[in-house]
Design a protein around this ligand. Structure first.
Ligand code: PLP
Length: 372
């Protein structure tokens, strides 16, 4: 399969071949996984049909789902206390499902709000029960993560919810919180992109469509010991216990099948430590360029910058549309920042090759020489 591989003016960048995709999600996937899916699409594993056309209770599909689950357990080194669930409704459904399951009637949970997604999470939680804002960096445009020592925590909270990587605002926790109550994180835009210290977590969720696979499946990791605290009398489909016990209904078969391939690709590449080293390298290249002069301006304090979603502006903001247009002409796609914050955002998920960031940095050098 052809991928854009040069800055040559002759290289077609009209979208008829794969470009360098900095999209925040749905995001770039490993070409190897796409190619494999293409090859086995009409007939999967001697079943006489594609994976989308066979029973979700057939041995062939069982193998797919078990393998995807095993890969995730291997990559994150999950012990038997952890359940790996493949749910639907996106990470947005988790904003509702977490409080529904875990905040007892009349109780509350604490939320640390470090960006757009954390704000959405607390808003949804408040529809269900009481949710307290224990800390927020809103007044500083979410340019940093409030120090854990400053969080106003309630010792009786059902859990503390954090967003360890804020996709829109470009910040990321450098330490996984370990608190007196279980921590829940929305890890949508970083799961499998870095090693995690699981000690403090009761539940971790992520929409797959950034680092793990296509849209349509949400990965939920939940501990048995946390599940013991869940409420009774929940709607069956929204009760985590239902899905921890069995395959209750038809799962999103094709997205899970792709997750199996993407996670296998990651294991073959050397696992989480290997990809983390690559991700750090990519992020350093880009942030070094941003910091080299005043032409580019990072929007997050250096110690809290995300290695997955780098947000930055041009000193002269009027030049930003031209920057994005010229980048596209080089085959560097989807660099426009989220509509609510503007500027630029380079999402550098696991499947984005190092050379994509090299090309971006070269382009930034050249743009600065021409317009600086
Ligand atoms: C951190 C984070 N949380 C939640 C969401 C919402 O995910 P979904 O569209 O799967 O509901 C996103 C989507 O970009 C996200 O980046």
């Amino acid at each position: 399969m052809q991928v854009a591989d040069s800055t040559s003016p002759d290289a077609p960048v009209d979208g008829s071949r794969r470009l360098y995709n900095f999209s925040a999600g749905p995001a770039t996937l490993p070409v190897e996984a796409l190619q494999e899916a293409k090859d086995e699409l009409p007939v999967f594993d001697h079943t006489g049909a594609s994976v989308m056309e066979i029973s979700h209770r057939s041995p062939a599909y069982d193998k797919v789902e078990e393998s995807a689950r095993d890969h995730i357990k291997t990559l994150l080194d999950l012990d038997d206390d952890w359940n790996v669930l493949f749910l639907q409704g996106g990470a947005s459904m988790q904003f509702h499902q977490v409080p529904l399951n875990f905040i007892p009637e009349g109780g509350s949970a604490d939320y640390v709000v470090t960006g757009r997604w954390g704000r959405k999470a607390i808003k949804e939680a408040r529809i269900v029960e009481d949710a307290r804002e224990a800390a927020s960096s809103k007044d500083d445009d979410f340019s940093h993560i409030p120090d854990v020592e400053t969080w106003d925590l309630d010792p009786d909270a059902a859990y503390v919810h954090v967003t360890t990587n804020e996709t829109v605002n470009g910040n990321q926790f450098s330490d996984d919180p370990v608190l007196d109550v279980p921590v829940v994180t929305d890890a949508s835009s970083e799961m499998l992109g870095r090693p995690m210290n699981l000690e403090g977590y009761g539940l971790i969720y992520a929409g797959a469509q950034k680092n793990i696979g296509p849209a349509g499946v949400t990965i939920v990791l939940v501990r048995d010991s946390f599940l013991e605290q869940k409420n009774d009398g929940l709607p069956t489909m929204l009760d985590y216990g239902t899905h921890a016990r069995k395959r209750f209904n038809t799962p999103p078969v094709f997205p899970i099948y792709m997750v199996e391939k993407v996670t296998r690709w990651l294991i073959d590449l050397g696992g989480i430590d290997a990809i983390h080293a690559i991700n750090q390298r990519k992020a350093k290249m880009l942030y070094d360029k941003i910091d080299a002069t005043d032409f580019y301006v990072g929007t997050v304090e250096p110690e809290d910058r995300s290695i997955m979603n780098a947000t930055f502006r041009l000193h002269d903001e009027d030049l930003e549309p031209l920057f994005i247009k010229k980048a596209e002409e080089r085959g560097l796609m989807s660099l426009k920042g989220h509509r609510t914050v503007g500027g630029m955002r380079a999402s550098m998920y696991n499947a984005l090759p190092v050379e994509a960031v090299e090309l971006l940095v070269d382009f930034m050098d050249e743009f600065e020489r021409t317009h600086g």
